[in-house]
Structures are given as structure tokens and as C-alpha cells.
Design a protein around this ligand. Structure first.
Ligand SMILES: C[S@@+](CC[C@H](N)C(=O)[O-])C[C@H]1O[C@@H](n2cnc3c(N)ncnc32)[C@H](O)[C@@H]1O
Length: 240
């Protein structure tokens, strides 16, 4: 008998931002494999007799390799268990979902994807910023601040990234944003373009800082905290 895997989006961390379907799958699970960013109060929905397996970086230990996580997922599902693979935000956004789906398909194991509220949507909502605006932000794009090597992606679509009519959300931006900002300005984006630095979104210590692309780059050149953070820039609606 083979089990079944539910990829579940945990949202940004605020348990009230879990979907009803996510809660249902967490309650039904025999085993939950979770990342660091999906840990926290949302795990309270897991049954006391279910197994919780952390597959992120813990206490300075390096994160398990992606192939190891995929193999774990297959091995647990193969026992017939109802497995939840909990991923932060929406599992389909920068969540290495593809690798795990391929492993399950290759093993003939069924799965579903339960979408979650991305930290991008949650950050915009917390700062009262519409991601699109009818007149000034007709496009929204989600990009990553680093590639598999941990550095700023070499192949960057600078025309898109420096588009003044788009809202851009940069995931994993902290160490590479200064270099990206230099490139944006070199490609015509005004340095005073509005930016939002959103740390620990959906957590009690959430911090939202309204700034500009150039000022944020200067700040991140000087200091970088450990908190998960996103950067939004573009024609962001101003504070009331
Ligand atoms: C591997 S990606 C996963 C993104 C996730 N799937 C989503 O939709 O939010 C991890 C990055 O998402 C962002 N992130 C996730 N949770 C966050 C939070 N609560 N506050 C701020 N940024 C967050 C950070 O940029 C972090 O480095």
C-alpha cells in the first residue's frame, strides 16, 4: 500500500493565515516534514501521535540535501502513511516543489498541492500595498535574490527588473540586493524608487520599513540580520 503526500503551504507564520484545507491536512497527517520557516504555531494542528520531522537548517547544522529530503518523502509515503510536506508561504513559490514532485512521480506515489498565502502577499497586505495598481503597476513579478550557488543570478532580465511600471518582489534578497540595486540604477530605475523591507512577516516581531531602493541597498551593505525578509520595490502606493 502506498501513502499519499499533501504539499501544504503554511503561509508566512501567522496561524490565522492557514487555509482550512491546510488545517484539515495537518490534522489528518501521520507524519509532517517541515522546513524552518514553516515551523511555529501552525504545527499545533498536528495530532499528538503524529511524527514531526524537521528537514531545515537547525542549530547551525547544514540543511539536508534536496535529494535526501525527496528520498525521505518517498520512504515515508511508501509505508502507507498520510504525509504532509509543509512548506512556508505558498509551496509553489521558490519552494523546490518540482524536485519533490518528480521524486514522487518516479516512485508512483500520489500527491496534492494545497496552496498557501505567500509571504509576498502577506507583506503587501501588512503594509497596505496593493501589488498591482490600475494606472501605475500593471505587472507584478516575483524574483529570487540568489541562484543555486547563493549569489545574485547571473542571467538577469534587467529590462523586466528595472521596469518602472512593475511591482517587483525579491525573495531571499538580503545579501545580494546592494549589487542588484546598482544594476537596477544602471539600467534606468530611479534610485529613489519606493521600496519596502519586510522582515518576519506574520510573526509577532514583524517589521515593515518603507524606504527607497538606494537607501535600502546602503543599509544592507552595512548590516544584515538573520530574520527572513522580502523586498518590494516599484510604484508602491504611499502610506496614508
Ligand atoms: C525558500 S523561500 C520560500 C518562499 C515561500 N514559498 C513563500 O511563498 O513565501 C524563503 C524566502 O521567502 C521569504 N519569506 C518566507 N517567509 C517569510 C516571512 N515570514 N517574512 C519575510 N520573508 C519571508 C524570505 O525571502 C525567505 O528567504
Amino acid at each position: 500500500m502506498s501513502g499519499f503526500v499533501s504539499f501544504v503551504g503554511s503561509g508566512p507564520g501567522d496561524p490565522e493565515l492557514l487555509t482550512l484545507k491546510a488545517v484539515d491536512r495537518l490534522r489528518a497527517a501521520d507524519i509532517v516534514l517541515f522546513d524552518d520557516l514553516s515551523a511555529g504555531p501552525v504545527l499545533r494542528h498536528v495530532r499528538a501521535d503524529a511524527d514531526l520531522v524537521a528537514v531545515g537548517k537547525r542549530a547551525g547544522r547544514p540543511s539536508p540535501s534536496q535529494s535526501h529530503v525527496s528520498a525521505l518523502l518517498v520512504a515515508h509515503a511508501a509505508t502507507g502513511a498520510r504525509v504532509v510536506r509543509l512548506k512556508s508561504g505558498d509551496p509553489a513559490i521558490f519552494g523546490r516543489l518540482e524536485e519533490e514532485i518528480v521524486a514522487l512521480r518516479d516512485a508512483g506515489i500520489g500527491f496534492e498541492i494545497v496552496p498557501g498565502i505567500s509571504s509576498a502577499s502577506a507583506a503587501a497586505a501588512a503594509a497596505a500595498i496593493p501589488l498591482t495598481r490600475r494606472l501605475s503597476a500593471r505587472r507584478v513579478q516575483f524574483v529570487t535574490g540568489h541562484d543555486v550557488t547563493g549569489t545574485l543570478p547571473q542571467a538577469r532580465n534587467m529590462a523586466a527588473l528595472a521596469d518602472p511600471d512593475a511591482t517587483t518582489v525579491v525573495f531571499m534578497p538580503k545579501r545580494t540586493f546592494p549589487a542588484l540595486a546598482d544594476d537596477l540604477v544602471a539600467h534606468g530605475l530611479p534610485p529613489h524608487t519606493p521600496a519596502l523591507f519586510a522582515e518576519n512577516v506574520g510573526h509577532p516581531d514583524q517589521r515593515l520599513t518603507r524606504t527607497t531602493v538606494a537607501a535600502l541597498a546602503d543599509r544592507l551593505r552595512a548590516t544584515v540580520s538573520e530574520a527572513p525578509a522580502l523586498i518590494l520595490y516599484g510604484p508602491l502606493m504611499e502610506e496614508a
